[in-house]
Design a protein around this ligand. Structure first.
Ligand code: NAP
Length: 169
């Protein structure tokens, strides 16, 4: 089973503003959907706060196994599997026959899995100071960047963006 991470961050590494994403970027949403759904049956692993931040209409994320990390043994939600520790989330994905397992955030969950993935899909949003939730420190000298696409802002995309795939050396 392949494991990868996907994140959108501004030039300061900011990924969120507490209750949700700080930007309106239709191209990034479409890429997120296309990559995480993939061609088969995939899992997405997220933190409980990210689950809470999803609009009702996107919860659970369709066509994917939704795994939510929480330390609360009583936490449950329709359409989500709960994982109380990191290995458990991987176990669930594997047992359910997922081809790919995507780590989709937030900051606490990225931190937990940074050492376990070999590929990070990053959308850099060309703005700064978007909010207070920050992607964890990572040593980019240990990774190679392949820039896939640069897009200009337009009516559906608030900022210019660069989409890169980082692979571990
Ligand atoms: N830009 C992006 O690509 C992107 C992607 C995803 C999210 N976000 C943003 O990120 C923000 C949320 O990030 P966040 O870091 O505050 O929260 P988070 O990582 O989404 O969730 C944190 C929660 O995960 C659970 N958790 C953490 N460590 C755990 C462990 N070791 N074992 C079991 N459960 C554990 C805890 O849930 P309990 O409290 O229930 O125990 C904790 O409160 C939001 O603003 C969201 O919009 C941005």
């Amino acid at each position: 089973m392949r494991m990868a991470m996907i994140v959108a961050m501004d030039e300061d590494g900011c990924i969120g503003r507490g209750e949700g994403l700080p930007w309106r970027l239709a191209s990034d949403m479409a890429r997120f959907k296309q990559l995480t759904e993939g061609g088969g049956f995939n899992a997405v692993i997220m933190g409980r706060k990210t689950w809470d931040s999803l609009p009702d209409s996107f919860r659970p994320l369709p066509e994917r196994l939704n795994i939510v990390m929480s330390r609360d043994t009583g936490w449950e939600a329709d359409g989500a599997e709960t994982a109380l520790y990191s290995g458990r989330a991987i176990e669930i994905s594997y047992a359910d026959g997922c081809e790919e397992c995507w780590i989709i955030g937030g900051a606490q969950i990225y931190q937990m899995y940074l050492d376990r993935v070999d590929e990070i899909h990053v959308t850099t949003v060309h703005t700064k100071g978007s909010g207070e939730v920050i992607f964890p420190d990572w040593d980019r000298s240990q990774w190679d960047e392949n820039v896939v696409e640069r897009l200009q802002s337009d009516t559906e995309n608030e900022y210019n963006t660069t989409y890169s795939i980082w692979t571990r050396r």
